[in-house]
Design a binder for this molecule. Structure first.
Ligand code: SAM
Length: 281
């Protein structure tokens, strides 16, 4: 198979028109990261959230730094060379394949997102070393079976060998009605023993009460910023039930392996998120 592949959608259709008049998480995140793939609605929403939580841009940058540390750890220390990156976002360098293939050129990565805008950038996600492989699937995390059953997944990843499942800054877009714990269980059950799960998740835990109140109001249904569910440490921990946590465990973003590259440069309250890497026994 060729090293790079763009796959047909798992459901819906990747090329259906997107609504530039409504904010979308991928484009708002792109705005905070200094990207150019966002519209006025994303910038307006991003600015309103930044007004309530002024360090949100730092939080996004630190989330990317965690992603780099976690993928580097998984390749270098855990020997993982296959990744399923769900909720990958508009490509932001270094992407997972750039990090993983920089260490292990044979690494194989399947990217998934439900934002049509990410499809537009699929080419950036489907470059690859000649020895490795990448693919992009348009799919919805809330329908894990459509992702797991997609033929390209099995073409690119060897489902009998350990896989690194990345759910980075995506689970907080699943409300309780989306049964997020069932979704994660479903995905993890499909992974062979020795696979890993890496997550990051927004929280209100370290924030002053007034900031937490303002952010809760912005995340409420009908507030115009899309579905969002902050979770407490205990609620995030539930996603890891039955898995073996890698040291240092479930921590604030900036406290996960802070000596590794790229080192965090912000505080717990500035980033307000939990992260973990865990092994599937
Ligand atoms: C904040 S970005 C995170 C991007 C990347 N994982 C990172 O951490 O840098 C969240 C991404 O998840 C995607 N997303 C949100 N809900 C999703 C769903 N139900 N299925 C697939 N992707 C989803 C959004 O489109 C967006 O691109």
């Amino acid at each position: 198979m060729s090293a790079a592949k763009e796959a047909r959608p798992t459901s819906g259709g990747p090329y259906r028109a997107f609504d530039a008049g409504k904010t979308h998480p991928s484009r708002r995140y792109d705005y905070w990261l200094g990207g150019k793939d966002n519209f006025a609605a994303d910038r307006a929403s991003g600015d309103q959230i930044a007004d309530a939580f002024p360090t949100v841009r730092q939080a996004a940058i630190e989330n990317r730094r965690f992603l780099q540390r976690a993928v580097s750890y998984l390749v270098r220390d855990a020997g993982i060379t296959q990744f399923l990156d769900l909720g990958t976002g508009i490509p932001t360098s270094p992407n997972v394949h750039e990090i993983a293939q920089g260490i292990a050129p044979t690494a194989r990565i399947v990217y998934v997102d439900h934002d049509p805008m990410v499809v537009v950038h699929g080419r950036a996600l489907t470059t690859s070393t000649p020895e490795g492989a990448t693919a992009y699937l348009h799919g919805d995390l809330r329908e894990p079976e459509t992702i797991l059953d997609h033929p390209v997944l099995a073409e690119v990843l060897d489902l009998d060998r350990p896989i690194g499942l990345l759910l980075v800054a995506v689970l907080h877009f699943l409300t309780d009605a989306d049964a997020p714990y069932d979704v994660v269980d479903h995905l993890v059950e499909a992974l062979p023993a020795g696979s890993f799960l890496a997550i990051s998740h927004a929280t209100l835990d370290p924030l002053p009460a007034d900031t937490a109140e303002r952010l809760s109001a912005l995340a409420a249904p009908g507030a115009g910023h899309g579905a969002f569910r902050f979770r407490t440490r205990a609620e995030v921990s539930r996603f890891l039930d039955g898995l073996d946590l890698v040291e240092p465990g479930l921590t604030p973003i900036v406290e996960w392996c802070p000596e590794a590259y790229p080192r965090p440069e912000a505080t717990v309250a500035e980033t307000a998120g939990y992260v973990a890497v865990a092994r599937v026994p």
